[in-house]
Design a protein around this ligand. Sequence first.
Ligand SMILES: O=C(O)CCC(=O)C(=O)O
Ligand SMILES: [Fe+2]
Length: 243
Amino acid sequence: MDELDAVIPSLEPFRVEQVPPIIYYVPDFISEQEETQLLRQVYEAPKPKWTQLSGRKLQNWGGLPHPKGMVPEQLPRWLQHWVDTVSSLGLFGGAQANHVLVNEYRPGEGIMPHEDGPLYYPTVSTISLGSHTILDMYLPRGPELEKDLREEQPQPLPKFSLLVEPRSLLVLRGEAYTHLLHGIRPTLIDSLTETPVANAAACPSAQPDALLPRGTRISLTIRRVPRVLRTSLLLSKKSLSTK
Ligand SMILES: O=C(O)CCC(=O)C(=O)O
Ligand SMILES: [Fe+2]
């Protein structure tokens, strides 16, 4: 995907400028009512749907991404609606997203810098509920840093950061997906003086000296896993062979 392919014309007014391409930030993508309803649906999911990790807990919907292909699972209706909405923006090359990770972060929790990797179509779209967070974007570690893994490397500073407000949609695509790492520092309060954000102009809550206490945030990360196993075929083959 080169930059021209990666541009979504209808989202261009929401492009975050002066950062590596392509990042879109849409404040108030959903209404407060939709947010309340989504939060209720997330917490109404069966208890075993949650996986507790160190620093966050999550629900995996749509199947487990795997290099050999994902065995697809039908999404619940309440998620399918938002998957359809986001897919219809054209974020996944005209195809549908088929995978949603629901993350819950309490104040002081976060996620280590990472790349989402090759199992997904190179676009991640995130709807945030309940609280803001700050997503830090990092350059990948160069080969000179990888050279001696025994040496303790200090945590690198983010290249830039993004304020992600509740009800917003964030889209990372193109180079921002393929070349950069993203992470959330485990802090209780975000100071925009200490951490200026690249999308401040689009954020109602981004006063220059703002101190933003974190609440519990739910993120819905909506992605497409292109490699899917055709279970119906597998099942029918299996049932034939047992006849
Ligand atoms: O919660 C977020 O916005 C980020 C989640 C994330 O990076 C992931 O699930 O891969
Ligand atoms: Fe991620």
